[in-house]
Design a binder for this molecule. Structure first.
Ligand code: B12
Ligand code: SF4
Ligand code: SF4
Length: 316
């Protein structure tokens, strides 16, 4: 992983790498701060409307496409990943919740960890740092790819040869110079399992997801009524199909890394009816502190209602 033969620089990198692991991250990669390598792809994705109702993605474009606009004189981008549980829910007919959302909200879990790593990097304020997890205007997957954390799979997710894709990304932009780590090559080969399995054909071509068709978008981000042609295929919140079918997540030699204790999955709901009937207190009991609260109780009931409607349309 560590590639620059830079003597003392390299020892500070080794130190950073082991500190990140001590905090609980799985791995760390470093890229030179620059304009995002896929900036043009992002812009054409927005221009063709594939961001659906996520208007927030059209804001702060300068910063999103160039992290040096978020931290002046930025030199390095440090990317880390934090695994979540890959276990599938035991109840096959219950409405499904994406694996990432079954434990405590990862933003809450990762922010203190990133703050800790930032303090380590800044050496008591000697260097500037700016950290991000998900919500900030930065293309996290671009930097995860360049820094060698994994490659961008045809399902759009960062894949790591050892642990697959069941992890979150976080990053720290800094004006401190670290030697960069090596980018790894694409290992999707001729596989097309994710494109073939997506229930709504949302992966319109390798590495391009049309959010207007994506169950994850509908169930998490879409506000108001669902479009008449939306089908949730029993997903109550998020969707994992394009990861479930990926051989890098299913192969026998894959390592299931240890999970941060706060990310341990909670007991999932048993039925969509349980969601429809839930009082505000029951909803909080089931989901408070998890990413599922993003939809609010009304959004989740909307999703549950849609699942019931689809079941009634084609009873099995
Ligand atoms: C908006 C968003 C969504 C939207 C839009 C999806 C999307 N593909 O962008 C919705 C709500 C649908 C979504 C869903 C999910 N998301 Co999301 N999402 C984001 C967010 C906030 C921004 C992503 C973005 O900028 N998209 C813009 C478009 C243009 O990206 P894109 O289509 O993938 O194209 C990029 C690359 O693929 C590349 N590219 C395009 N074409 C080509 C061609 C080649 C040859 C190459 C090499 C590259 C390349 O260039 C583009 C620009 O970077 C990021 C966090 C962040 N700040 O980065 C999390 C993030 C990407 N999401 C994440 C997760 C976990 C998910 C879900 C798995 C959740 C779930 N289980 O429901 C699904 C997966 C859906 C999927 N297959 O992508 C994780 C991914 C972790 C990982 N291992 O990769 C992130 C990084 C959040 C985090 N911090 O952990 N997400
Ligand atoms: S998250 Fe689901 S709907 Fe979205 S691209 Fe992946 S398989 Fe398709
Ligand atoms: S399912 Fe196949 S094509 Fe899709 S991301 Fe995994 S390896 Fe790549």
């Amino acid at each position: 992983m560590i590639t620059d033969p830079l003597g003392s620089e390299n020892s500070s990198l080794k130190n950073l790498d082991s500190y990140a692991r001590e905090i609980g991250f799985h791995s760390l990669g470093i890229a030179r701060a620059d304009r995002s390598p896929h900036a043009e792809k992002f812009q054409s994705w927005i221009d063709s409307g594939m961001h659906a109702g996520m208007e927030w993605l059209t804001r702060n474009t300068d910063r999103r496409l160039d992290p040096r606009k978020s931290l002046q004189a930025a030199k390095s981008i440090i990317m880390v990943n934090l695994p979540y549980s890959s276990k599938s829910d035991s109840h096959p007919t219950a409405p499904k919740i994406a694996r990432y959302a079954r434990g405590r909200d990862y933003h809450k879990v990762m922010k203190p960890m990133l703050q800790d790593l930032s303090n380590h990097i800044s050496e008591n304020g000697k260097w500037k740092t700016w950290y991000c997890v998900d919500a900030s205007p930065i293309l996290e997957r671009d930097w995860a790819e360049i820094s060698g954390l994994g490659w961008i799979g045809k399902n759009g997710l960062i894949l790591n040869k050892e642990i697959g894709s069941w992890f979150f990304l976080g990053g720290i932009v800094t004006d401190r110079i670290f030697p960069v780590t090596q980018q790894i090559t694409d290992h999707c080969g001729s596989c097309t399992r994710c494109l073939d399995a997506c229930p709504t054909q949302a992966i319109i071509k390798p590495r391009t997801i049309d959010a207007r068709k994506c169950i994850s978008y509908w169930t998490i981000e879409h506000r108001g009524d669902l479009p008449a042609d939306a089908r949730l295929h029993n997903w109550l919140f998020g969707c994992d199909v394009c990861q479930e079918v990926c051989p890098w997540n299913t192969r026998p030699g894959r390592i299931d890394p240890p999970i941060h204790k706060d990310l341990e999955p909670r007991t999932p709901p048993e039925s969509s009816e349980q969601i429809i009937d839930a009082t505000h207190e029951e909803w909080l009991e089931m989901f408070a502190g998890t990413p599922v609260t993003r939809t609010g109780i009304t959004g989740l009931k909307r999703n549950a209602q849609q699942i019931i409607q689809e079941r009634n349309e084609s009873p099995s």
